[in-house]
Design a protein around this ligand. Structure first.
Ligand SMILES: C[S@@+](CC[C@H](N)C(=O)[O-])C[C@H]1O[C@@H](n2cnc3c(N)ncnc32)[C@H](O)[C@@H]1O
Length: 227
């Protein structure tokens, strides 16, 4: 069997090794979760030390997408231990190296222990990752209010009640053609109802497509009329 192509071909091997290890740890944690973990009354307690990292194939797709639109400002709603953030930072670093300018990935995390460990993983990757991430600790409804440049891509990998408030906070900063990615939109379609209704409303300014990744991955493009 041939190995599927990996868009991160120029990335140093120690970063690949770290990413593979972190994805494996995340998957092992998720496999061990009880079936009702996402509905449980102690949800926040249970999730306090869980990765819940974005699946690796989705990370590869988003990396590829970020390269194709030359994304240099990315907002990530839900950073956890910073796995998907590494892909975003690598894409922004490659875009800056190729076409110049500056780049930032704005991460968001309200669990202090996760933020601290995420920073350690980014340090392990090196400056190509660490130097590009602006991690905002605390509730993203506060931390994203200020100082966000024009946004090329918004990744919504967050508990579902936060998805629409985050989009509404970031939308005024989004450039024409900016992309919004939301994870698990098929499996959690009911919980995402408000977000999906908002994105899919006539005149919303978004075109929408549900990609057939595991549990669904919504890709929306911001194309407001009159701009
Ligand atoms: C699905 S995980 C993110 C996984 C991450 N994107 C990755 O691939 O490694 C969602 C994270 O969002 C954080 N979170 C949830 N609500 C938040 C809020 N209001 N402000 C900041 N972080 C929040 C949770 O603590 C959790 O770590």
């Amino acid at each position: 069997m041939t190995t599927p192509p990996n868009p991160l071909q120029d990335v140093p091997s120690h970063i690949h090794t770290l990413l593979n290890r972190l994805h494996a740890e995340s998957l092992a944690q998720e496999t061990a979760l009880p079936a009702d973990a996402f509905q449980a009354s102690n949800f926040h307690e249970v999730m306090r030390d869980k990765f819940i990292a974005l699946d690796q194939d989705k990370c590869h797709f988003i990396y590829q997408l970020c390269r194709s639109i030359n994304a240099k400002t990315i907002v990530e709603a839900g950073t956890s231990y910073g796995v998907s953030t590494i892909y975003l930072a690598l894409a922004v670093a490659a875009n800056v190296a190729a076409t110049g300018g500056k780049g930032t990935v704005v991460g968001t995390e309200y669990e202090a222990n996760k933020a601290e460990q995420a920073r350690a993983y980014w340090r392990e990757c090196g400056g190509v990752v660490e130097d590009l991430i602006d991690l905002r600790e605390g509730d993203l409804r506060e931390t994203l209010k200020e100082d966000v440049a024009e946004v090329d891509l918004l990744l919504l990998d967050i508990w579902t009640p936060m998805a629409l408030p985050t989009l509404q906070l970031i939308q005024p900063k989004m450039r024409y053609g900016a992309i919004v990615i939301a994870d698990n939109t098929v499996k959690s379609g009911v919980k995402y109802k408000e977000l999906l209704d908002y994105l899919r409303a006539p005149q919303s300014g978004f075109t929408n497509l549900t990609l057939p990744y595991s549990n669904g991955l919504e890709m929306s493009v911001y194309l407001p009329q009159g701009q």
